[in-house]
Design a protein. Sequence first.
Length: 305
Amino acid sequence: MKRNYLLIVGLTMLLFLVFIMIITPSVVNEERLVEERIQFEEGKILKAPFPPNTLNYKLGSDSDGRDLLSLILVGTKETLLIIFSITLLRYLIAVPLGLYASKKDGLSNWLVGGWNALFSSIPTLLAGIFLINMPFIIFAENRYTLVIIIIALLEVGRVSYIIQEQGYNTLQKEFTIASKVQGAKDSQLILQHVFPYLIPTIVIHFFMDLGRVTILVAQLGIFSIFVTQQFVQTGPLLSSMGPPFGFLENTGYNWATMLNGIKKEMHNAPWLVLVPVIAIMYITFMFNLIGEGAKKYFLRRDSHM
């Protein structure tokens, strides 16, 4: 049997990231994450961002003088945690909903169809920007959790619709019809026949969606909308001058936060854009390789059954 190189390469890339997460605490000097906008080298005053290979910055620094390589390493765990949390929550909602709607009748069918139609007609990025910028989300103490939920819910309709269609087709197959004739209830058909039959589809789309979520979180980062943000109040909550005084402060190291101000820095400090973009492209490519590799694996397995 031919080797599944797509799956091998994708999983190897994932194992490399896991290795990075394990060794990061022991190899990253926390001093490299301290803001230091001005430094001296050979009698010269240098201002951040510092170019690569300057003052021991292998990949350069950001506008606050923090080492980009250290930021990438430290941000690996947080980035993957955000992406997996969003995608996992999406599938925990979408899979049961899609399976229950496989019969294409009742409230669940209406909910899946409406949910999918609504967010299919609105660009996901635009919907995310609008919902995450709602005042009650910005000022919420549990903003991190709410943003994870919002991003996850945006495409629950699309995923549940895919599951519904696949489930409906499975219900039309001879083995499910035979079970129904023998007296099996709808719930039994779904749990014993439809769900096991759809596991390959769920696995493939799950990894593909990890890549989609990565791109979406990065796009939100370009618009300075981060999952790890909190509102810092600097004035009265209610005043005659309008909304409360304060500002949004980034509290994380995930890679999307490094895309903040990408337009401003693209010409002055291209490494600030290049480094996080390459990192984000890496994991997007990795998830797609695993998804395509999984598809290839299941196709080969089914052809030999």
